[in-house]
Design a protein around this ligand. Structure first.
Ligand SMILES: [Zn+2]
Length: 329
């Protein structure tokens, strides 16, 4: 690893539908400076690229450069789908105004640095192999179980992007035909049965069917207050309806993660996201379910771990992308 005057820091950005974050990150994954602004995707990609460049300048890499040298480049993690070479978005659901456009040329010109872009979940997986406890893993799958269920895949040391940048859509593995559908409409997929909105939807369906449940009282009899978090809290307190909803989600998670183990044989399958946090008290049950749906060689050690990189995982992956392109993999 280069510890000389140059090449020891990268500029990282993480772009979602709501926020854009930028940071200065060292080669060993320490965040020196950071800030966040609204994305405002409807203002157009050029406006956003210039606002992001302003943000990067405001967190002042010149100061960091005094001790760490010039940045090796800029890495960006973003919600997709997009072409990882050109950074051109392809019908991105949360960044609709940016379809068929890339912010790479504007950022490269403004900052005078090479700019590299990747899908946020793929870069989360990459971050786990570069900065997390699974550093050096050549095969790793990252799954976030949150508002949606997404994934990133590192296979044989490479980021798996697919022929058109669409690889890693682990949320749409079918886990139970005839059960709930996701927003895309697939019948009984992982996301449709284990994401935060899926847990909420399952609880509301039972409330609407007239089932007696503490969820409804905890929510003050207001549908808007029925969240996945509230459902998981009610389940932890023993409410039978909430327990049934939670156990359905755990089964979906077990089938989804077990399938991924079978397909990729990773050194680690790392899981993050709000639903994962909400199931902390049930993690033994999640692991037991993964074992039920995976092959014999995973029974002793299923290699499923909760992420330790937290909300910064994609941002760190973006930094890792810049370092990798600078020859520091
Ligand atoms: Zn789906």
């Amino acid at each position: 690893m280069n510890t000389g005057p140059n090449g020891n820091i990268a500029i990282a950005a993480d772009i979602g539908g709501t926020h854009m974050r930028a940071a200065i990150v060292t080669a060993d994954g320490k965040i020196l400076e950071r800030d966040v602004i609204d994305t405002r995707p409807d203002d157009g990609i050029e406006v956003a690229a210039n606002r992001l460049a302003d943000l990067v300048e405001s967190i002042n890499p010149q100061t960091a450069r005094g001790t760490h040298g010039a940045p090796v480049g800029m890495g960006i993690s973003t919600a997709g789908p997009l072409d990882p070479e050109t950074g051109v978005y392809k019908n991105p659901p949360n960044l609709g105004a940016w379809d068929e456009k890339s912010m790479k040329p504007t950022l490269a010109a403004r900052l005078g640095l090479p700019v590299h872009i990747g899908h946020d979940a793929t870069l989360a997986a990459f971050a786990e192999t570069r900065f997390g406890p699974h550093r050096g893993a050549q095969n790793l799958v990252y799954v976030t179980i949150s508002t949606g269920v997404g994934g990133g895949i590192i296979a044989n040391g490479e980021m798996v992007t697919g022929s058109e940048g669409h690889a890693g859509e682990v949320g749409h593995i079918t886990v139970q035909p005839g059960a709930q559908s996701c927003n895309v409409g697939c019948d009984g997929c992982f996301e449709g049965n284990a994401s935060g909105p899926a847990i909420r939807k399952a609880a509301l369906a039972r409330i609407d069917a007239g089932e007696e449940t503490a969820i409804w009282k905890l929510a003050g009899q207001d549908r808007a207050n029925v969240t996945s978090r509230l459902v998981l809290e009610a389940a932890a307190a023993g409410d039978p309806v909430a327990v049934a909803v939670r156990n359905h989600a755990i089964r979906a998670i077990g089938i989804g993660l077990g399938s991924l183990l079978n397909i990729f044989d990773p050194e680690a399958l790392v899981v993050g996201g709000g639903v994962t946090s909400g199931l902390a008290n049930m993690w033994d049950e999640v692991i037991a379910t993964v074992k039920r749906f995976s092959l014999a060689h995973f029974q002793e050690n299923p290699r499923v771990h909760v992420t330790t990189l937290g909300d910064d995982v994609s941002l760190l992956g973006a930094a890792g992308l810049a370092f990798r392109h600078a020859g520091q993999s």
